[in-house]
Design a protein around this ligand. Structure first.
Ligand code: FE2
Length: 457
């Protein structure tokens, strides 16, 4: 079932929430699921309990729902979707709240990402709230501060160093005068906490990791008390008085070298790496965002490269691809290292997403063509795989299968409008526009959402 959209909610079209939790076994498959894929593909996203709720008024604050498919021995063993039970969701579903820590009253049903760490599963969100631990079957265990290791909240995006096995995160909170760099070891223990002074409480959605640096984006979207007082649910706004800079936090010393960048907004990193003394950072970059705390203004995102020279204090910005795109992923065995391939998505009509009474900037039709792109950054080319309109194709997660960088699979939920349900599409990364390796037919719609992970058993 799909909830009926109301005029004022952004949760329509591909973002329209589902109203039921489903458990299904032995799913129908077209093609052949590779036998080496043993694990779960999980994806988180906002799914308000009710479209009449305040949480249905902003795309970024709907209660989190995790959708998952378990693959084993060439079979699609199950599909499950589960709301993340913070205290409020538990209460409304008639359950006991899960006991556990809460940072600064920020108990939120984490809706942005879901990751595996130390054999456990965590739904993650930013801006001061803690992650929620989930069971293997996606039931909520409870909020987690990693055994007391987190001083504050956590982060939506984390980056695992494939060389050291350390998981890096940057936490922020409107009540702080700093961002917080966190390192966790492979047991899920917080081993390092560093506070980096930052003015104006900027939003920080993602960051980048190289072998030498943690790359911090200090961009002009900051906490806005004026919007908070007006009742704006996510009171962060474009701030003409706040500069734009990138910080290279030395992983060795903790010193930060700040370098000014052209004013812009970045949600997501594709990857970054050290190149001699310079640092290359590939990002999805918007001209502006959160203008007057609104999501729909600020221009289209492009895939751009920053080449940072910390000695000269300069940044060179080049355009890698000017097609509007988002949700960049890559072969995470090469996080922080030189790499060649990236995967992004151009997706559904944002006009479906925003309330009708708000004006949209004109966005090119190409923004809405339900397409996945495989980028070859060495050759400067890209292969586009086009799904049909209404496919609402989601973030492309790469799963390695062999030694070569693109020897593996790309997974994503793709809506099938004819069935009124979603498929988990498994593509060969090396045959990106050919027939899918396998298509797992799910029994329900999967709304557009945010981020996910392949978590091998
Ligand atoms: Fe994100």
């Amino acid at each position: 079932m799909t909830a009926q959209p109301s005029a004022r909610t952004p949760f329509k079209g591909g973002f329209a929430p589902v109203t039921e939790e489903v458990t299904a076994f032995d799913l129908e498959v077209t093609g052949r699921i590779p036998a080496e894929l043993n694990g779960r593909y999980l994806r988180n996203g906002p799914n308000p309990l009710s479209l009449d709720d305040p949480s249905a008024s902003h795309l970024f604050i709907g209660e989190g729902m995790v959708h998952g498919v378990r693959l084993r021995d060439g079979r699609a063993e199950w599909y499950r979707n589960r709301w993340v039970r913070n205290a409020e969701v538990a209460r409304r579903l008639g359950e006991e709240p899960r006991p556990g820590p809460v940072h600064a009253g920020m108990d939120f049903a984490a809706n942005t990402h879901v990751i595996g760490l130390a054999g456990r599963t965590f739904a993650c969100v930013e801006a001061g709230a803690l992650p929620y631990e989930l069971s293997y079957e996606l039931d909520t265990v409870g909020p987690s501060d990693f055994g007391g290791g987190l001083p504050g909240g956590f982060a939506a995006h984390t980056h695992l160093d494939p060389g050291t096995g350390e998981l890096h995160a940057l936490a922020y909170f409107f009540g702080w005068d700093h961002h917080q760099h966190l390192v966790l070891d492979q047991k899920g223990t917080v081993t390092q906490v560093r506070n980096i002074p930052i003015a104006d409480a900027p939003m920080l959605h993602d960051f980048a990791l190289t072998e030498r640096y943690v790359v911090i984006y200090d961009l002009p979207v900051t906490f806005s008390m004026a919007h908070a007082e007006r009742g704006v649910k996510l009171p962060y706004a474009w701030n003409e008085d706040h500069g734009a800079r990138v910080g290279l936090l030395s992983r060795e010393t903790g010193d930060v070298r700040w370098v000014e960048v052209p004013r812009c907004w970045v949600f997501h990193t594709l990857n970054a790496y050290d190149d001699g003394d310079q640092v290359v950072v590939d990002v999805v970059r918007y001209p502006r965002r959160f203008v007057d705390a609104r999501l729909d203004l600020g221009g289209s995102p492009t895939l751009d490269r920053w080449r940072i020279d910390p000695r000269a204090g300069t940044v060179t910005e080049t355009r890698l691809d000017d097609r509007p795109q988002e949700f960049p992923r890559m072969d995470e065995r090469l996080t922080g290292r030189p790499y060649r391939y990236g995967y992004t998505v151009t997706t559904t009509d944002l006009k479906d997403v925003f309330p009708e009474e708000q004006e949209m900037e004109a966005l090119p039709d190409g923004a809405f063509d339900n397409t996945l792109i495989k980028h070859d950054l060495e050759r400067g080319t890209g292969e586009a795989r086009v799904f049909g309109r209404g496919a609402y194709v989601g973030e492309p997660v790469f799963v390695d299968a062999g030694e070569a960088e693109d020897d593996g699979y790309v997974m994503s939920f793709v809506n099938n409008p004819d069935r009124g349900a979603a498929d988990l599409v498994i593509l060969s990364a090396q045959d990106f526009t050919g027939d899918p390796v396998a298509v797992v037919h799910l029994p329900a719609r999967v709304p557009l959402g945010f981020h996910g992970s392949w978590i091998a058993d």
